[in-house]
Design a protein. Structure first.
Ligand code: PLP
Length: 407
């Protein structure tokens, strides 16, 4: 027996363990201090009432012989939900047929699973800093990764390099490109013109874009794209992953969707044309039996007019937190991205500190916790992530502490 030794090369998942240890130690030494946590990526508002009703009703149906459901035929998601997602896409100008959509148990699974349909020799491009799942799921298969720098100069929106990327002393062009907008951790959002550039680049280099739109619901500005399919030509080059986790508080319920357009094709080594959707459906058909019926009914409820109204309330709650954080940083003249069209705020550590030193200082001096940018890549070493997913009063208090301290 031999293990997949690529796993041995993965970085240990130190970030959140290290943060938890530091908090524990501080709290033990300062039992009277109230720590405010602004580092968590989980939501805190409860599910919308229509969602809970739909889930309960579906559970009741399962208790009756006539309406009981077992395996779902295709495992791709019930038509009622795929159609609802397709209509949702239409509402912001993206034409995505239900047949191109597969329902899943959250975006993380497909982020990791999609790589199964691509050869291990592909070169991967990941913007740095990034959601760590993109890096790990490729390193697990031994794929080579190049990084595109997202930094202060480009507003944390890395753009494609026409010269290619340095890999093992050579210039290479990527085959698979990960983009995330609104971005975790930076909160930066690509404009339509910027995405059009990436689409053209992918076309020119016969690459595929894996577009993570998990935070699309936080975009307020109608001029910013919520889906890559709002752009012409995207269907020939892009797969999109989305999730109800942050849109509708489904982090514990688990439901998301992935779009692999029927237009997305490539040529196999024997010269035949291959549809990526067919490969993906084949992969899923063998390894995934679908999402539970009550969860799919709950997800369907999110897309009803009443559901949209109710989930908007939670989004507005988080957006208000983000606004308070952004306002504080503006007042303190601390450079930041995000916060307006995103639940994440990414700011430059004051006092010229690196992100871990700033973490320690902020914890010890004002008992506020965030996430050191170094945990997301090399371009995060002097940056820090705060999230808007916390309690409203706690967020305000944390920002008051930050103001009094930095001033
Ligand atoms: N993509 C990004 C960028 C994320 O930040 C997350 C979660 O934090 C996910 C995907 C996965 O979300 P889920 O699996 O809950 O749908």
């Amino acid at each position: 027996m031999k293990v997949n030794e690529n796993y041995l090369k993965l970085e240990k998942n130190y970030l959140f363990i290290r943060i938890a240890e530091k908090i524990k130690e501080f709290q033990a030494q300062n039992p009277d201090k109230k720590i405010i946590r602004m580092g968590i990526g989980d939501v805190t508002q409860p599910l919308a009432p229509v969602v809970v009703e739909a889930m309960k009703k579906a559970a009741d149906e399962l208790a009756v012989k006539e309406t009981f459901r077992g395996y779902e035929d295709s495992g791709a998601g019930y038509d009622f939900l795929r159609n609802a997602v397709s209509e949702y896409y239409k509402s912001f100008g993206a034409d995505v047929p239900a047949s191109d959509i597969r329902i899943n148990d959250g975006a993380k699974s497909d982020c990791g699973n999609l790589v199964d349909i691509f050869d291990d020799s592909n070169i991967i491009l990941i913007t740095d800093p990034a959601y760590p799942v993109y890096v790990d799921s490729n390193l697990m298969n031994g794929r080579k990764i190049v990084y595109a720098d997202s930094n202060e100069e480009n507003g944390f929106c890395a753009m494609p390099s026409s010269d290619g990327y340095e890999l093992d002393g050579k210039k290479v062009f990527p085959d698979i490109i990960y983009l995330c907008s609104p971005n975790n951790p930076t909160g930066a959002v690509y404009s339509k013109a910027q995405l059009a550039e990436w689409i053209a680049y992918a076309k020119a280099h016969d690459a595929v874009i894996l577009f993570d739109a998990a935070y699309e619901a936080f975009i307020k500005d109608d001029n910013l794209p919520r889906s890559i399919y709002q752009l012409e030509g995207a269907k020939e080059v892009a797969i999109e992953m989305c999730s109800l986790s942050k849109t509708a508080g489904f982090t514990g319920v688990r439901c998301g969707y992935t779009v692999v357009p029927s237009e997305l094709k490539t040529i196999a080594s024997d010269g035949t044309e291959v549809s990526l959707a067919q490969l993906w459906n084949r992969r899923e058909g063998s390894k995934f039996n679908g999402v539970s019926y009550p969860v799919q009914r709950a997800a369907e409820a999110v897309f009803t007019p009443e559901g949209q109204k109710q989930v908007r309330e939670s989004i507005l709650y988080y957006q208000e937190n983000a606004r308070v954080i952004a306002e504080t940083l503006t007042e303190l003249k601390i450079p930041f991205t995000g916060g307006i069209n995103s639940p994440y705020i990414w700011f430059k550590c004051p006092f010229g500190l690196d992100s871990w030193s700033f973490f320690d200082k902020m914890l010890h001096e004002i008992a506020v916790v965030g996430t050191p940018g170094a945990g997301f890549g090399k371009n995060g070493v002097n940056w820090f992530r705060l999230t808007a997913f916390g309690d409203k009063d706690a967020t305000r208090e944390a920002m008051q502490r930050l103001k009094d301290w930095v001033k």
